[in-house]
Ligand binder design. Structure first.
Ligand code: CAA
Length: 263
């Protein structure tokens, strides 16, 4: 598939999806959702891609939300289908077996914040702005924001942001736990790829097990979560990388992971 609304690129085991509608501040329309879905198909079926980075084209926006021009044309049924489709695709980012990092380089509003919330963590440039301003359009977040934001930062903080629709700068987003790190705009992508590279070099079985244990564990009670961890830990111990990692420690050398899912 050729892409017009995103750029999809894979280099050295790191895939990058760049939202690419700069004239509309990378807003998400139906065509962009289709392309995002297609890129995720490729990522999900690849054994070579180890980390996904998501970012926005240009220096003004990550994604300024759903495309409001398109939204304005929807009847309620079309709006329902758009919300369901957006949720399903964005949920796939969260459930990817590999880690997904959001590199937020400007406005991440509405659907843009919702994409960032579905990633495993967010690095943001100093000029990034977050928010769920849907209330100012007479609607509510429709790509998971009412569910993921309270789970991440607590119900009261999420309610304040969603009820007021206010926009917050990167530093405030970091303070309340939406953003892991705030970085100089010029250095953002270097830092993101440095972290992505460090993650990509780790044992793939362990990485996948860690993500699955955290994600599944958060959706359940502690006792069940701990049982999920035991199973995931046990699976790791069957991998050649576990053998290599533990042997290398005992032999006082650096581990050389083969990084494969099988021996
Ligand atoms: N949809 C469609 N077009 C958008 C857009 C969006 N979400 N955001 C910006 N644009 C367009 C503008 O219409 C403008 O286009 P023209 O040049 O053709 O007029 C262009 O991008 C540049 O935007 P501005 O001139 O508005 O730039 P600014 O610097 O003055 O303001 C902004 C930037 C504060 C981000 C402002 O554009 C804005 O408020 N955008 C809307 C943000 C928003 O409400 N997002 C939520 C959308 S609803 C949603 O996401 C629902 C959901 O959960 C699924």
């Amino acid at each position: 598939m050729s892409y017009e609304n995103i750029v999809f690129d894979v280099k050295e085991e790191i895939a990058t999806i760049t939202f690419n509608r700069p004239k509309a501040l990378n807003a998400i329309n139906s065509a962009l959702l289709e392309e995002l879905q297609n890129a995720l198909n490729t990522i999900e079926t690849s054994q070579d891609i180890r980390v996904l980075v998501l970012t926005g084209a240009g220096d003004k926006a990550f994604v300024a939300g759903a495309d409001i021009t398109e939204l304005a044309s929807f009847n309620p049924l079309q709006a329902k289908l758009f919300s369901q489709k957006g949720q399903a695709i964005i949920s796939r980012i969260q459930s990817l077996a590999i880690p997904a990092i959001a590199a937020v380089n400007g406005y991440a509003l509405g659907g843009g914040s919702e994409i960032a919330l579905a990633c495993d963590f967010v690095y943001a440039s100093e000029n990034a702005t977050f928010g769920l301003p849907e209330i100012t359009l007479g609607i509510i977040p429709g790509f998971g924001g009412t569910q993921r934001l309270p789970r991440l930062i607590g119900a009261n903080m999420a309610k304040e942001l969603i009820f007021t629709g206010k926009l917050i700068p990167a530093k405030e987003a970091a303070r309340i736990g939406i953003v892991n790190k705030v970085i100089d705009a010029e250095q953002l992508m270097d830092k993101v790829y440095e972290t992505a590279g460090s993650i990509a070099a780790k044992g793939q079985v362990a990485l996948r097990a860690a993500k699955e244990a955290i994600n599944h564990g958060l959706n359940t009670d502690l006792v069940t979560g701990l049982a999920i961890e035991v199973d995931a830990f046990t699976v790791c111990m069957t991998s050649p990388d576990a053998k290599e990692g533990t042997t290398a420690f005992v032999e006082k050398r650096k581990a050389k992971f083969n990084g494969k899912l099988t021996g």
